[in-house]
Design a protein around this ligand. Structure first.
Ligand SMILES: C[S@@+](CC[C@H](N)C(=O)[O-])C[C@H]1O[C@@H](n2cnc3c(N)ncnc32)[C@H](O)[C@@H]1O
Length: 197
């Protein structure tokens, strides 16, 4: 089965927006700043091609939703490991279902895919090689905390991709930015490289 067929078979029937809405009603903490939206296989393929650097190490999706970006990255690349971190339990549970279905359809080894149900501010990022942050929140303070955490933990040369909002600290060098299509419309992504602090 080709990549597009596998991806569509898993995700066409899922409505991540309504799963997110329901998951928010069951979440104990504050949810008003948490956003939902999705990247497509085609958009992630374009982004990874445009990055034009060796894509290696551990791929993190911080705010992994139903697992779309993780499954797309696994279909497209040869990262060593894929880690999706999602705060909302309902979305995390759905990503486990997605992984089970993917394991049945994929001919590749899927043992290197992991989903975690946690706040990404608790995730140890020391081993990260490629970090995707696809607009998880409107809360600028959380974004700032995540930036400080990445400044402390990430290795030099780690690639960090953010949507809509750039990283501000000087240790994150912006390599380029470009508009791509997302489930909510066109948005700019910013590609950064971590420089020595
Ligand atoms: C815009 S969606 C992106 C989903 C997926 N990464 C994609 O690109 O298709 C952002 C996700 O981040 C999650 N999120 C928001 N704040 C979070 C936090 N502090 N820790 C972990 N996940 C979070 C949201 O619940 C949502 O699923």
């Amino acid at each position: 089965m080709n990549k597009e067929v596998i991806f569509d078979q898993i995700f066409t029937k899922l409505n991540g927006y309504s799963i997110s809405d329901e998951a928010k009603t069951n979440h104990k903490g504050s949810v008003e700043d948490i956003l939902y939206g999705e990247v497509s296989l085609d958009t992630l393929k374009q982004i990874l091609n445009d990055v034009n650097k060796p894509l290696k190490g551990i791929f993190y999706d911080l705010g992994s939703g139903t697992g779309k970006a993780i499954i797309a990255a696994h279909l497209l690349n040869n990262f060593q490991k894929y880690v999706g971190v999602e705060l909302l339990k309902g979305l995390y549970d759905e990503s486990l279902e997605v992984l089970n279905e993917y394991k049945k359809l994929s001919e590749q080894n899927c043992d290197n895919i992991v989903f975690e149900n946690d706040d990404f501010l608790n995730t140890d990022l020391h081993d990260g090689g490629f970090i995707l942050i696809n607009h998880p929140t409107v809360d600028r303070n959380i974004f700032k905390k995540l930036e400080q955490k990445m400044k402390k933990e990430l290795k030099t040369n780690t690639i960090i991709i953010t949507t809509i909002r750039q990283l501000e600290d000087k240790c994150f060098q912006e390599l380029w930015s470009k508009k791509y299509k997302f489930s909510w419309g066109d948005s700019t992504i910013y590609v950064h490289k971590k420089n020595p602090v």
